[in-house]
Design a protein around this ligand. Structure first.
Ligand code: ADP
Ligand code: MG
Length: 341
């Protein structure tokens, strides 16, 4: 028996299997695992059902749902609804589907909850930093120039009419900090409809689970160490919950010993400084994914205070000094990897 690492990012799903597909005798549920490239990342679906065909069909339904949502909300796809909203910034309102409206409304709700830490309009500032390719530190003048474009009050949603409008030219919606969690939720619903009794949808480190493994085990996960590559910081088992990690270690560059990464504090438009990683457990993926980014910006103290107020939500935070903080909801559920600390 060995750990099979399904997802090498943020949160790692640990399963005691050695192959891609496990087949058991007829009466025992079947586990199928498949991976595809979607939403610019590796999507891994684990599907449990009464027979192999049903498990496969459910996994296929999950992937199809992610693809459908990608076509609506990905800003890498020029024909997506959000790309059209962005292209019409400063000009006119754009019709969007109920799904897209849900992501946008939830994003505004997440902004309120995290006191502006989560902000889907930081795109122009993220671009100014261009952390992935550019390795450039933008001047203060450049950042101040894009600041008006990040004002959430200039995003007008009209749910009854089904339209979204960005009031200023150059504004841009980017749901990169919440969309994968949302897609995981919807993929799970599609899998359940297709007959899966349990499963996991993992869009890189944004993960939603439902049910349990055959034999009654919950789904086991490892939370990645933010400073030791491929090392697991802590373990946690999940059932009918989502888990999501935001970290400063996946996309970043260093200059003069300072780490510049891809999560920006909307207040300063500089990379958020207070945490190395924030892992959030919640009942749904949208909440877990939105909160990990928002809490990362809020920082350990305010972030933990918020987490403690939210029912059914917990967090593991590694602060800027590497100190590990576990919220009360997860105390007793998270097992530290003693080989690490
Ligand atoms: P990922 O799994 O892609 O690292 P995260 O949940 O960590 O996603 O969110 C990071 C992404 O969110 C960034 O790539 C950027 O597009 C966007 N982003 C950066 N800062 C913020 C912020 N303060 N609020 C919302 N989204 C942000
Ligand atoms: Mg997120």
């Amino acid at each position: 028996m060995r750990y099979h690492l399904l997802v090498m990012t943020g949160v790692i799903l640990l399963l005691f299997t050695s192959g891609c597909t496990t087949t058991r005798p007829d009466s025992v549920p079947v586990v199928v695992k498949r991976t595809q490239m979607q939403m610019g990342t590796l999507v891994t679906i684990t599907s449990v059902a009464s027979d192999r065909q049903r498990a496969q069909d459910a996994a296929t339904a999950g992937f199809q749902e992610v693809r459908r949502l990608e076509d609506l909300i990905s800003t890498w796809i020029v024909t997506s609804e959000l790309s059209r909203v962005n292209a019409a910034a400063g000009k006119e309102a754009t019709a969007v589907s109920v799904d897209t409206m849900t992501v946008l409304e939830s994003s505004l709700e997440m902004a309120r909850l995290t006191e502006g830490g989560f902000n889907i309009l930081v795109g122009p500032a993220v671009e100014a930093w261009n952390v992935v390719d550019g390795q450039q530190i933008p001047s203060d003048a450049v950042l101040q120039a894009v600041r008006p474009l990040t004002d959430l009050r200039s995003l007008h949603l009209n749910a009854p009419a089904g339209t979204a409008y960005l009031a200023k030219a150059g504004m841009r919606v980017d749901v990169g900090g919440i969309g994968k969690g949302f897609a995981a939720d919807r993929a799970v619903a599609a899998m359940q409809k297709a007959g899966a009794t349990a499963g996991v949808v993992a869009l890189a480190g944004d993960i939603r689970t439902f049910g349990r493994l055959p034999g009654g085990m919950k789904f086991p996960f490892g939370i990645r160490h933010p400073r030791q590559e491929e090392a697991v910081l802590a373990f946690i088992d999940l059932q009918d919950e989502a888990i999501s990690t935001a970290g400063d270690y996946e996309r970043y560059f260093e200059r003069d010993g300072v780490r510049y990464h891809h999560i920006l504090d909307p207040l300063s438009l500089l990379p958020a400084r207070d945490c190395q990683s924030v892992t959030v457990v919640a009942r749904d993926g949208l909440t877990a994914d939105g909160l990990d980014t928002g809490i990362f910006v809020m920082g350990r103290e305010r972030g933990l205070a918020l987490i403690e107020r939210l029912p059914g939500v917990g967090a593991v935070i590694v602060d800027r000094d590497g100190k590990i903080w576990v919220s009360s909801y997860l105390k007793g559920r998270v097992r530290m990897n003693n080989g690490i600390e």
